[in-house]
Design a protein around this ligand. Sequence first.
Ligand SMILES: [Zn+2]
Length: 276
Amino acid sequence: MKDYNWSEDTFNDIDWTAHGRALRRHDNHRPTMVKYLNKVLPVGAFLHKTNPKYYAGCPSCNNPSETRHHLMECSSPERIKWREKCYSAVLAYVQKKDTSPKIQGLLLSGLKVCLHHQNPTTIQEDPSWDTLKQAQDAIGWHHLLKGRISKQFSQEQDRYLNMKKTATKRNNGLTWLTGLIDIIYKEWWKLWDMRNQDRHGHDMRTKSQAKKAQAIRQLTQFYEAYQQEVPEHLEWLFQIPLESRMQLNTPVIIQFLNTWEPVLQESHYTTALETG
Ligand SMILES: [Zn+2]
């Protein structure tokens, strides 16, 4: 709650039942979904902070810092297309599911704001959906893409279906909201998958290129860190210049790093201790 500045009332207003049910439909991706929901998604900037050997930038547009926000804001052509597809998927869902007109307009307007990182004040105003809007305002509109949506939405859908006398056990506010969150998670997963293919490669060739790039990045850092301060008995390690060692096969580079990085780290640490 503290993390998001939610009051107890706001926290309790989130439809956690729908959220939980939708999340269970994504059990096969659960670890990543949980990271996504808890702001610890392993994006470049986050990985680089934990270990500088990882590339911090966006693999899709080469922005130097791939933050969680950037994931959504990325201007690569694929990501622009994804935003359109995500919007269309939600639109198709609300139309197919006979959604209360009060919800439709607001939800789609709010979704646009999330997808394009606009200020929530740009969400259309309409007196008929004021209560719904205020409820989601309190939770935060960006939470829409995390499936944290006000109960007012499922309740409004219940009211609407009851009025039309079409509510059933399988067609009510809760099933409607669960389905909506499920669609949002599905779309989000497509985005994450696409980004991972850009980062780690999507076929044998691009995967091996990505591995090579990572090995070269680590090798460069290794030379930068230790070449100038190598103990005499290990100087031979740097007899092959960086540029030449980079040309070796990826497994050979990785083997070299795995063997010698711990040794140099250790000797570096010992020297630091000795010299204070
Ligand atoms: Zn990008």
